[in-house]
Design a protein around this ligand. Structure first.
Ligand code: GDP
Ligand code: MG
Length: 432
């Protein structure tokens, strides 16, 4: 076996050189493109490097000149052509020995047919640039998916999805949407797209699939209306949740919005009396906003505070956070909130919390019967899938989204569309 590497400016030139040097029997081991300094130091140029091999016994066989050999990429002519070319040396004109039995006749038809098929496929690819490009794109997608599967250990269940949805599945999982939820969403989108006239295999245009899937996700995101402020009625909202998620900051944001933008009368109550710093923090906001703050230690305190603030459109209640093992104070808080009829309890969670912890926290706060979910710190993460998983588990509507530390600006009313955009962002193409 002789192996040799050739260089040329184009693939066709490289193949011609291989053919000339090694003959028609040569086959290509590898090809690669590399850059080398161009002549006279004029930048760089691409050079095709082809490594070819040939069986020594075949080396030097002169190339066939019937012009058909270049149709096969490996430069292997058909078996028939090789047989026809093989020199008939060593066979004396008049044999004295009995002639060897004739070689069994070989049916070359299937091979010929195969060759013609390959020839047709290559010609079609050459002729049809657009198709070529789309096949290459598809291959790129498959490659990206495969590496994603390798990285994320994707179970094979979703491989029945068409490539466009399979790619979106990968995007959802990369955004920390739980694989099972991502799969269900993609399957739902696939069924709906097929019903809407997609082809039978469910193949859809990737951009259309992305837009559609985002709409599907939006449909799965329940949102609450803003805290309703009615004339002559006091609305009471309490924010509960772990320490440090942004309850006090969000109370201040909501108070500032109602007071400054909606021109409504607001009062604050805090049950977070465990740390002086916590009272101080809210006291400072109350002073800036010029709203009253009541510190409640007991159920009686709380009741009398609410009676006192009956003229207010909105009373916001800040509460202490709890460590996972702190079931006692959580029980006390439950006792306090149970006393409040018609209170809207928002469970405040941080979008930066690990998905498994979010589930655990939501379970721990379930006895407080939160009526809303409120996510903060959206600005501090780039994966929003856990919001979807939490909604799927907790099944409460989303109220607000905290998007920064600034009071009151970094607070948004949650909308399904906004959250769906975060979970499945637009492609580059869509952004154009
Ligand atoms: N980046 C960011 N920080 C926030 C957000 N909400 C609150 N914080 C910050 O998180 C920290 C804890 O907030 P705090 O309101 O005291 O949390 P609490 O213990 O739940 O009352 C503070 O430094 C806040 O400024 C938010 O949406 N984004
Ligand atoms: Mg606080």
């Amino acid at each position: 076996m002789r192996v040799k590497t050739f260089e040329a400016g184009s693939m066709q030139d490289a193949l011609d050189v291989v053919k000339k040097d090694m003959g028609e029997e040569a086959f290509i081991l590898s090809t690669r493109t590399r850059r080398r300094p161009a002549a006279l130091g004029m930048g760089e140029e691409a050079v095709i490097e082809v490594t070819a091999a040939v069986d020594e016994a075949q080396a030097g066989v002169p190339p066939v000149t019937n012009g058909s050999a270049s149709l096969t990429y490996g430069l292997r002519p058909s078996l028939e052509a090789t047989a026809a070319r093989r020199p008939v040396r060593d066979v004396p004109a008049k044999a004295t020995l009995p002639a060897p039995p004739p070689a069994p006749a070989m049916d070359l038809q299937p091979l010929r047919r195969e060759l013609l098929e390959i020839k047709g496929a290559v010609a079609a690819l050459k002729d049809n640039d657009a198709r070529n490009a789309s096949i290459l794109k598809e291959l790129d997608q498959m490659k990206a998916l495969l590496s994603r599967i390798q990285r994320q250990g994707m179970p094979p269940a979703q491989l029945h999805l068409p490539p466009s949805l399979l790619e979106l599945y990968g995007d959802l999982v990369a955004n920390d949407v739980e694989p099972l939820i991502a799969l269900r969403l993609c399957e739902y989108a696939q069924r709906a797209l097929t019903d809407q006239g997609g082809d039978a295999t469910g193949a859809v245009d990737p951009e259309r699939a992305r837009l559609f899937l985002r709409r599907v996700i939006a449909d799965f995101i329940p949102v609450a209306p803003p805290i309703q402020l009615d004339p002559g009625k006091t609305r009471v909202a309490a924010l509960v949740g772990p320490t440090g998620v942004g309850k006090t900051t969000t109370v201040a944001k909501l108070a500032a919005y109602a007071q400054l933008h909606l021109k409504q009368k607001v009062a604050l109550v805090t049950l977070d009396t465990y740390r002086m710093a916590a009272v101080d923090q809210l006291q400072q906001y109350a002073q800036i906003l010029q709203v009253p703050l009541h510190v409640a230690l007991t159920v009686e305190d709380l009741r009398s505070a609410l009676r006192f603030y009956q003229d207010r459109a909105l009373v916001l209640i800040d509460t202490p956070g709890h460590s996972p093992k702190d079931t006692e104070t959580l029980g006390q808080l439950r006792g306090l909130l149970d006393e409040l009829p018609e209170v809207e309890t928002h469970l405040v969670l941080s979008a930066t919390t690990k998905p498994r912890d979010l589930t655990e926290i939501a379970t721990r706060y379930e006895p407080l019967r939160p009526t809303r979910l409120l996510f903060t710190k959206l600005d501090e993460t780039s994966t929003y899938g856990p919001i979807l998983s939490t909604l799927a588990r907790v099944k409460r509507p989303l109220s607000y989204l905290g998007t920064g530390q600034e009071v009151p600006d970094a607070l948004e009313l949650a909308t399904s569309r906004r959250v769906a955009d975060l979970i499945l962002p637009g492609s580059m193409k869509e952004a154009e």
